[in-house]
Design a protein around this ligand. Structure first.
Ligand code: PEP
Ligand code: MG
Length: 549
């Protein structure tokens, strides 16, 4: 390792996990857009590479259009037909080929031509043509995805790295090969952004809100300290040695504590005064079930079902969803699995839903608000959940509820789905539990009314915090407000707990606050029945509950 060119540079941000890493940093662009600056071979080969990617993209777009007709409806599916037609546009193809002839890689050429065409369309001042500019962008990304999927093999590199990005959307994070990531650093972001949640779920260090790190550092060695919230680029030899010693010391302490926690892993989590709390896991897909079970999860308290919709070109079919849910329910062997219905919008954007850009996406069209409009998508998911409920103990949970009307509409649609399945003699659990997330102050304030309609509540403290304190969960500048204050949110949780208990239901907490051990005693005092946390936090929370009064 070369320590001669010392002169380290430190970037300070906010640490979101209690761990550290050492390794090369890589910028998101270089990770996702493999070698997109270089031509693969001769100009002729690069032309062929581009043309074959276009052909493949047209084929897959037409297939998507066909499938979309049955999943999202004829008129919404038309957009994919338009994309396929745009992909065949000769002027666009010629423009890309011209760029390739002058030395650009296919990816660069597609981006450049796409930008040129988009800005021409936007400059015409016609609303319809401006909207086509977005389509051009989408099809360019489609071609680039195809080019890179083909290219991935030749770019495989097993080296792990610390990922540096402006910010990471959930869609970008699901595209990453997580086994290679040692840690995350984001210029923006906040401790309750989905990047931070993912880092905690992966038990890797993350530092957010460090400000801009210049691209020239791509490939440099760095120390990432998730505890102190800093990244040291090109550290000197002493720093690295000290870091390694410190990590060894910490690992020893952690291992010892973990040994104790593992010894109580299969005991129920009961406080000293005899109050039992269920310890459940938050997961994004079936791959995480094993980690949940091996850390003592007594159930799944939150399956963020939208993760199965991200990083795809089209919505999963009812059958695909059914098989995924069935497999999770079977693996959980009778333990409860709470499936949260699709919660997209805000920071979780799915291109094929073609949602409009909004001024305030967190306050806009998201979660159940979208599902109640796109009923076919929602019902397809509900039918898949119901069908899977014949193979395990599944509960349905609706996100982002703020009114009674939303709950009643959801119940109506669930009833319709049950009737549809019954008429076809398809099995499902007719007594399937229904719950809602308490994520808006409105839902907590009317929890006495909502509690009469459902079996359980689960408090999504990440959103409940942002809406209660008016603190954007992506904005690190204001995140300290809710880190330093929790009286308001605790009152809302208590109100909700009292309301659901009076109606014979139960209440869980599944936001990040559930893993904050300094709050466990308070949750116990409030009467929380279940806490749901990322798998790496399960042992710690169980240990803490057992130590509570
Ligand atoms: C929450 O808001 O606390 C929650 C669990 O949902 P998400 O973080 O996915 O928005
Ligand atoms: Mg939420």
């Amino acid at each position: 390792m070369d320590f001669l060119n010392t002169g380290c540079t430190i970037f300070q941000g906010i640490g979101v996990t209690n761990s550290k890493a050492y390794g090369k940093i890589r910028f998101l662009d270089t990770v996702i857009n493999y070698d997109n600056n270089k031509q693969i071979g001769s100009v002729g080969e690069e032309r062929a590479r581009f043309l074959s990617a276009v052909e493949e993209t047209i084929k897959s777009t037409r297939e998507i259009a066909e499938r979309a007709k049955s999943t999202i409806g004829e008129s919404e599916a038309q957009i994919f037909e338009i994309h396929a037609m745009l992909l065949e546009d000769e002027d666009f193809i010629d423009s890309v080929l011209l760029e390739i002839d002058s030395g650009a890689s296919s990816e660069k050429a597609v981006l450049k031509s796409g930008e040129k065409y988009s800005s021409i369309l936007r400059s015409l001042g016609d609303e319809y043509l401006s909207a086509r500019a977005t389509d051009i962008k989408d099809i360019c990304m489609g071609i680039i995805d195809t080019l890179q999927a083909k290219n991935k093999k030749s770019n495989q590199n097993d080296e792990q790295y610390i990922l540096v990005a402006n910010d990471l959307t959930p869609t970008q994070t699901v595209k990453l090969d997580k086994s290679k990531i040692l840690g995350f650093v984001t210029f923006d972001g906040s401790p309750s952004s989905h990047t931070a949640i993912l880092a905690r779920a992966m038990s890797i260090p993350a530092v957010v809100a460090v400000g801009k790190i210049p691209n020239e550092y791509d490939g440099s060695l760095a120390l990432l300290d998730g505890v102190r919230g800093k990244i040291t680029i090109n550290p000197d030899e002493n720093d690295v040695l000290e870091f390694k010693k410190e990590r060894e010391r910490e690992n020893k302490i952690v291992l010892e504590h973990e040994r104790y926690l593992r010894s109580i892993m299969h005991r129920p989590a009961v406080t000293k005064s005899g109050q039992k709390i269920l310890i459940y896991a938050n997961i994004g897909d079936g791959d995480e079930v094993e980690g949940a079970l091996s850390n003592g999860a007594e159930g799944i308290g939150l399956l963020r079902s939208e993760f199965m919709y991200l990083s795809r070109q089209n919505a999963p079919s009812e059958e695909e969803l059914f098989l995924a849910y069935k497999s999770i329910a079977s693996k959980m062997q009778g333990k409860r699995v709470v499936i949260r219905t699709l919660d997209i919008g805000a920071d979780k954007q799915i291109p094929y839903f073609n949602l409009d850009k909004e001024e305030n996406p967190a306050l806009g069209y998201r979660g159940i608000r979208i599902c109640l409009d796109r009923k076919e998508i929602f019902k397809g998911q509900i039918r898949a959940i119901l069908r899977a409920s014949a193979y395990g103990r599944i509960s349905i949970m609706i996100p982002m509820i703020s009114t009674l009307d939303e709950v009643l509409k959801c119940k109506g649609l669930i009833e319709e789905c049950k009737k549809e399945l019954s008429s076809k003699n398809i099995d499902f659990d007719s007594k399937i539990e229904l719950g809602i997330m308490i994520e808006t102050p409105a839902s907590a304030i009317i929890s006495d009314i909502l509690a009469k309609e459902v079996d359980f509540f689960s408090v999504g403290t990440n959103d409940l915090t942002q809406y209660t304190y008016a603190v954007d969960r992506q904005n690190a500048r204001v995140s300290h407000i809710c880190e330093e204050n929790n009286v308001a949110i605790m009152r809302l949780i208590k109100m909700s707990a009292d309301a659901i208990h009076q109606n014979g239901g139960w209440i869980g907490v599944c936001g990040e606050m559930a893993a904050d051990l300094s709050l466990t005693q308070e949750f116990v005092n409030i009467g929380i029945d279940e806490v749901s946390v990322s798998p790496p936090y399960l042992l710690g929370v169980r240990g803490k509950v057992c130590a509570c009064k």
